[in-house]
Design a protein around this ligand. Structure first.
Ligand code: ATP
Ligand code: MG
Length: 231
């Protein structure tokens, strides 16, 4: 589904990502883990076209994304849930959800399946986004990305600052949508157990490079944990 080859990314003159190779096969959940500041968010932003990436290629279902603007990448089927969720606090849940439809030209979608995955989204439709809890906002942000039926869903630390029971609900929703629809998912996480539990494969990033790539079932947690500790 997604193939990244030899990617670099820069903020101004400083190169943040160096020669990244990463693949998300069709229908798989792939985790990208690493400690604070190693370049996980920058990787997702590069895929979305939000950061300058002068070298390398990024293909989605065989089509090159480099040089395409962010809205076109979204339209081609990338759903992106940024870190910190980014919902609009003054807009209602229903309005926030409707924004997700812009990607598919505002075309109406049947939200039944989404409401089954995230009952609180339906329950709180008239409520202001800002009045939801952090975990509920995260669920809304994921629902907003899913409403346009992306081919690839990218989640940036969906468990950050969220209570355990809602983390479980989010994990369950991610697994369900992957199993039911075969949606490919790139999951950025620092919560290693959550990532390994959900993902088929795991990439570990350190200082802007991929330093390890393992199948989750064969992962040596202690080895990964070494990279997760602050250096
Ligand atoms: N807009 C920016 N301008 C300049 N440098 C930036 C910018 N955004 C991020 N950086 C730097 O790029 C590096 C990678 O940041 P990034 O946000 O990708 O890390 P991360 O792995 O997502 O960290 P976290 O787990 O804390 O979210 C860091 O050193 C950070 O300070
Ligand atoms: Mg980040």
């Amino acid at each position: 589904m997604l193939n990244i080859n030899g990617l670099t990314a820069c903020y101004g003159e400083s190169e943040i990502l160096h020669d990244i190779h990463l693949s998300v096969p069709d229908g798989k959940i792939i985790a990208l883990v690493g400690r604070n500041g190693v370049g996980k968010t920058t990787t997702l932003k590069s895929i979305m076209g939000l950061v300058r990436s002068p070298k390398g290629s990024i293909t989605l279902a065989g089509e090159e994304l480099q040089k395409k603007p962010p809205y076109e990448r979204a339209r081609m089927g990338i759903g992106y849930v940024p870190q910190g969720r980014d919902i609009f606090p003054q807009m209602t849940v229903a309005e926030n959800l409707r924004l997700g439809l812009e990607v598919c030209g505002g075309k109406k979608q049947d939200p039944t399946e989404l409401y089954r995955l995230f009952p609180i989204v339906e329950k709180f439709l008239p409520r202001k986004g800002g009045d939801l809890s952090g975990g509920q906002q995260q669920q809304l942000a994921i629902a907003r990305a899913l409403i346009a039926h992306p081919k690839l869903l990218m989640l940036d630390e969906p468990t950050e600052g969220i209570q355990p029971s809602i983390i479980q609900e989010i994990g369950h929703a991610i697994r369900t949508i992957n199993e039911k629809t075969g949606l490919s998912i790139l999951l950025v996480e620092q919560y290693l157990d959550f990532a390994l539990d959900l993902a088929d494969e795991c990439y570990v990033m350190d200082k802007g490079q991929i330093v390890l790539h393992v199948k989750s079932g064969e992962a040596d947690k202690d080895e990964i944990q070494q990279y997760m500790l602050a250096s």
